[in-house]
Design a protein around this ligand. Structure first.
Ligand code: KIV
Ligand code: NA
Length: 278
């Protein structure tokens, strides 16, 4: 019943139909994203930041990704699911990379994997694609390399950097990537790449001219996201305050003994009989 595949995705670009992607990390987030008709779910290693409470994606392990991908797959049985290859699981030998891919697909039930990097990982992307696995590229700001980049900086500001991104995008397309995420890229550079490639670009903080958009679940919903003031995020609902208010009300009612009330309790018959006879 899965409604999307990479052939349909490429056709969406051709027809100019915007592609929607959202992250999810567990059963309820996946279920709600599917019910809202999202095209693709990304089990992102942003898991580390927004679900596990780390301050980067670097501590996220393959076991973490498999565990969460499996939960997402149970929540969104009809949706195309992409899982992130976590930090340092695709830079050693190809067998190690393929083992990670196998686990995300066979144990996690992902339909595709995503890897950060450009020309330097093109050979690995090619090998994975050749083994029958759709690969989503990811260039621009690549959080797994944050310590090398020196912070969460906008990419593609000058002509030389824009050209580097274009070269990386072309290398990934040539390696067989089915689409490419552009993260924190200037609108001009992202537009040029989107125009040049025949595969779709999925932007996050990459402007209006990408073929699709992706956002992090907890950012979109203001759900206790650790991030503040991200210009590229639009808050569509304030789930955090709804949850906080709900819990606060529960705490208050237990403290003042107004919950549980009569309608929430189970009565024993023998006690009722006793009280009748006394
Ligand atoms: O991990 C993630 O959520 C991502 C998106 C920001 C593209 O990689
Ligand atoms: Na990621």
């Amino acid at each position: 019943k899965q409604t999307l595949n990479i052939v349909k995705l490429k056709n969406m670009k051709k027809k100019g139909v915007p592609i929607t992607m959202l992250t999810a990390y567990d059963y309820p987030s996946a279920k709600l994203a599917e019910e809202a008709d999202i095209d693709m779910i990304l089990v992102g290693d942003s898991l580390g930041n927004v679900v596990l409470g780390y301050d980067s994606t670097i501590p996220v392990t393959l076991d973490d990704m498999v565990y969460h991908t499996r939960a997402v797959a149970r929540g969104a049985e009809d949706t195309f699911i992409v899982a992130d290859m976590p930090f340092m699981t695709y830079h050693g030998n190809i067998d190690e990379s393929l083992r990670g891919v196998r686990r995300l697909m066979q144990e996690g039930h992902a339909h595709a994997v995503k890897m950060e990097g450009g020309a330097e990982i093109a050979d690995t992307v090619k090998r994975i694609v050749q083994s029958g696995v759709p690969v989503l590229g990811h260039i621009g700001l690549t959080p797994q390399s944050v310590n090398q980049i020196g912070g969460y900086r906008i990419q593609g500001k000058d002509a030389q950097d824009a050209q580097r991104l274009m070269n990386d995008a072309k290398a990934l397309e040539a390696a067989g990537a089915f689409a490419i995420v552009l993260e924190l890229v200037t609108e001009e550079a992202a537009a040029d790449i989107s125009k040049e490639l025949s595969i779709p670009t999925i932007g996050i903080g990459a402007g209006r001219y990408c073929d699709g958009q992706v956002l992090v679940y907890h950012d979109l919903l203001k759900y206790a996201s650790p991030y503040r003031d991200k210009r590229f995020v639009k808050t569509y609902a304030d789930v955090g305050s709804i949850i906080r208010d709900g819990i606060a009300q529960y705490v208050k009612e237990v403290k003042e003994r107004s919950f549980p009330a009569e309608e929430h309790v189970f009565k024993a018959e023998y006690k009722a009989e006793i009280s009748e006879t006394t």
